[in-house]
Design a protein around this ligand. Structure first.
Ligand code: PLP
Length: 372
C-alpha cells in the first residue's frame, strides 16, 4: 500500500515507551525466563521491524508472529533470534521453515507426518523446529487430549528431521477478574504435562495478561504482546502491576478551516447541520486509514481542547467543530496527549464498542509511522 509521507497524518511510535514496558516486565520475570516479543500484525500496528529492534535492545530473546510471512520478513531484515509462528502453517512449507529456522506450531499428529514427508522429499538438512500447541480451553488450535500429545511426542522422539523444541498453551480468560475458567485451563495443562517424560527447551503459557496477573505453570518463556505496547490487556478490568506506557499516538493537522454558516451541513448524508455560525476544520484522515466511520460524534484534541467529529467520516477526510478559528497547519491529536488532555486507544475502542488491540492493528499502512 502507498504510504502517505506527503500528508501530515502520522502514527508516532515512542520507542522508549516500548523499551521501558519490555525491560520492566523482563525484570519481574523469574531468572532465566525468555521473553518472546509478539510482533504479529505489523507489531500490533506499530511497525514490525522497528518494534523487533527495540524489543531486542530491551531484552527480548525471540519473537512470536502469526504467519510464516511475518517470520520471513524478520529473517530478511537480519533478525536471527528464535521465531515461533503461532498460527498453523501448511505442512508443505516445512522445508522452508526449516531453512529459515522458523518454529512451527503443531496441533495434530497428521501435521507432523505430512511435514516429515515434505522434509524427506526435500534437500533440506536443517531439522524443523516445532512447538506443540495444547488446547486447554481456548478452543482454537492444539492437541485436545493428553493421549494424543503422548503419541506425538513419541513420534518426535524417533524423528531426526523434526526437533521438539517447545510446548505451550494459551489462556482465554487471563485478563478477567473471575479466575475459575483460568484454573480449569491450568488443571488441563497439568494433565497434559503429566504425559511428558522430558520437557522441551521452551515451556510457555503466558501472554501479557497471564504474565502480569498470574503465576502459572512454571513456564520458562513468555509471549509478550499488548502490554509491551503500553496497553492494559484487560482494558480497564484489572489494574496493571506497573505503569504501562502507551507507545502509539496519532496526530494530524488542520488542512482546511472555514466558518460554517448556521443551517449549512457537513459530509455525506448531511447528518450534521450547524445550529449557529461555527468554525469547522478538516483533517486528512478517514476510514481508509483505519480511523473508523463509527467514530462520528467522538472527539479529537486541538490545543488541548476537545473538538467533536461532526458529520460522517469519509474515506480520507473528516471534519471537526472548533471552538474558534485555528490556523491551518495546527496540530490535532487523535490518540495521545495534548496540553494535559489525553485520548487513549482505550477511549477510541470504548467508543467503537471494541478492544484497543483492534484499533491499534487496524491503522492501515497508508499512515506513515514516525519513530522517536
Ligand atoms: N500468545 C498467543 C498464542 C496469542 O495468540 C497472542 C495474541 O493474540 C499472544 C500470545 C499475545 O497476547 P497479548 O497481546 O495479549 O500479550
Amino acid at each position: 500500500m502507498t504510504i502517505g509521507i506527503h500528508r501530515p497524518t502520522r502514527l508516532v511510535i515512542d520507542r522508549q515507551a516500548l523499551y521501558d514496558n519490555i525491560a520492566t516486565e523482563k525484570a519481574r520475570l523469574k531468572p532465566n525466563t525468555d521473553l518472546f516479543m509478539v510482533v504479529k500484525a505489523n507489531g500490533y500496528g506499530h511497525g514490525i521491524l522497528q518494534v523487533a529492534q527495540t524489543a531486542v535492545e530491551a531484552g527480548a530473546t525471540g519473537f512470536c508472529v502469526a504467519i510464516l510471512d511475518e517470520a520471513l520478513q524478520l529473517r530478511h531484515a537480519g533478525f536471527n533470534q528464535p521465531i515461533l509462528v503461532l498460527g498453523i502453517t501448511a505442512p508443505k512449507y516445512a522445508a522452508l521453515m526449516a531453512e529459515y529456522h522458523v518454529s512451527a506450531t503443531v496441533g495434530t499428529l497428521d501435521w507432523l507426518q505430512a511435514a516429515k514427508r515434505v522434509l524427506t522429499a526435500s534437500d533440506e538438512k536443517q531439522p524443523l523446529s516445532v512447538h506443540l500447541g495444547l488446547d486447554t480451553g481456548m478452543g482454537r488450535i492444539g492437541f485436545q487430549q493428553p493421549a494424543d500429545l503422548k503419541v506425538a511426542v513419541d513420534t518426535l522422539a524417533q524423528s531426526e528431521q523434526i526437533s521438539f523444541d517447545g510446548i505451550f498453551t494459551h489462556f482465554s480468560t487471563a485478563d478477567a477478574a473471575d479466575t475459575d475458567y483460568f484454573h480449569q485451563q491450568v488443571d488441563r495443562w497439568q494433565a497434559f504435562m503429566a504425559v511428558l517424560d522430558k520437557k522441551p527447551r521452551y515451556v510457555h503459557v503466558s501472554n501479557s495478561a497471564t504474565s502480569l496477573w498470574h503465576d502459572a505453570c512454571n513456564g520458562n518463556m513468555i509471549r509478550f504482546g499488548v502490554a509491551a505496547y503500553g496497553l492494559n490487556p484487560s482494558g480497564t478490568e484489572l489494574k496493571e502491576p506497573f505503569t504501562l506506557k502507551p507507545a502509539m499516538s496519532l496526530t494530524s493537522e488542520l488542512v482546511f478551516v472555514k466558518q460554517l454558516k448556521a443551517g449549512r451541513s457537513v459530509s455525506y448524508g448531511a447528518t450534521y447541520t450547524a445550529k449557529q455560525d461555527e468554525w469547522v476544520g478538516t483533517l486528512p484522515i478517514g476510514y481508509a486509514d483505519g480511523y473508523e466511520r463509527r467514530l462520528q460524534g467522538f472527539h479529537v484534541l486541538v490545543d488541548g481542547q476537545i473538538c467533536e467529529i461532526i458529520g460522517r467520516i469519509c474515506m480520507d477526510q473528516l471534519m471537526i467543530r472548533l471552538p474558534h478559528e485555528f490556523a491551518e497547519g495546527t496540530t490535532v491529536t487523535l490518540v495521545g496527549k495534548d496540553h494535559g488532555a489525553e485520548i487513549t486507544l482505550q477511549d477510541v475502542a470504548d467508543y467503537c464498542g471494541t478492544i484497543h488491540y483492534e484499533i491499534a492493528c487496524g491503522f492501515t499502512e497508508r499512515i506513515q509511522r514516525v519513530y522517536k
